[in-house]
Write a protein that binds this ligand. Structure first.
Ligand SMILES: Nc1ncnc2c1ncn2[C@@H]1O[C@H](COP(=O)(O)OP(=O)(O)OP(=O)(O)O)[C@@H](O)[C@H]1O
Ligand SMILES: [Mg+2]
Length: 260
């Protein structure tokens, strides 16, 4: 099976802090995989390195076999990678539809000033962007919020809207940073189904960071565990759940009450 992402010996230092320390990961195409570990373990930093927000101190990242180390985030996004953030980032004074259209604009061919000049190609493209955004809202089950301001959406819907905006860039690889954070048990259950559904419908490979072990163990085919920037374990849910080192460092004894 080919790897969509390969992280090779990545080190990320901030002054005296080594946030990510010799990280190696290979993510199979079409899989849903997870990155877990205690607060401050380096999970978000690993995301920031993979998505190009940070250039690693050492090591390399490959996306579909192509080295992307040092490539700026918008170019990496253009190659088919999209993410959501640990703290939801939406344009709260824009409607749900407008938020998705913003994601779509990265794919546009014509310049923004073309619309001001009324150039025909641009207007057609603008219409297409709106139509595609509407379709996406429909597929994601957010149509009822189309014209609502993002700020007025229920929390779970805001999280899904952020994912919809990421999908609007037409990614093949999607990174979700704590998608279940702040969700109630019912919402997290729906989120698990939603993650599987978008993987299948949009042909994605998905990497998620998540503290909700029910979600992680329920949807992830492979899991990497970080502690103080170092990989302390990797494997499937059963292997991780029963790994004494992981239980000690992160999961605690009550992990065996987690069912998937
Ligand atoms: N830009 C930065 N400058 C300095 N230190 C940073 C920076 N980003 C992260 N760190 C440090 O790197 C370490 C890892 O942080 P990171 O945010 O990656 O952890 P995390 O695993 O995502 O934690 P959480 O579960 O709390 O989100 C922490 O010690 C953090 O303080
Ligand atoms: Mg984090």
């Amino acid at each position: 099976m080919s790897s969509v992402i390969e992280v090779k010996n990545v080190i990320m230092r901030f002054g005296g802090v080594t946030a990510v320390d010799h990280l190696n990961m290979a993510i199979p195409k079409g899989s849903i995989v997870g990155l877990i570990g205690p607060n401050g373990a380096g999970k978000t930093t690993a995301f920031n390195v993979i998505t190009g927000f940070y250039t690693p101190t050492e090591g390399d990242v490959f996306f579909n076999g192509k080295k992307i180390t040092g490539v700026p985030p918008h170019k990496i996004c253009g190659l088919g990678m999209a993410r959501t953030f640990q703290n939801i980032r939406l344009f709260y004074n824009e409607t749900a539809l407008e938020n998705v259209m913003i994601g779509r604009h990265i794919r546009r061919k014509h310049h923004w000033w073309g619309a001001m000049l009324g150039l025909p190609g641009t207007n057609r493209e603008e219409k297409e962007i709106r139509q595609k955004a509407e379709e996406l809202l429909e597929r994601i089950g957010l149509s009822e919020y189309r014209d609502e301001l993002a700020s007025s959406l229920p929390y779970g819907a805001q999280r899904r809207l952020e994912i919809a905006r990421a999908l609007a860039t037409e990614p093949s690889f999607l990174l979700l940073d704590e998608p279940a954070a702040g969700m109630n048990p019912q919402e997290s259950l729906e989120l698990m189904n939603f993650i599987r559904q978008i993987r299948d419908e949009f042909n994605l490979t998905i990497l998620l960071i998540e503290h909700d072990m029910k979600v992680v163990m329920g949807v992830c085919e492979h899991i990497w565990v970080l502690e103080y920037g170092k990989l302390i374990a990797e494997g499937n849910a059963d292997a991780i759940r029963s790994n004494p080192r992981v239980i000690e460092a992160y999961l605690g004894e009550d992990v065996n009450n987690v069912e998937d």
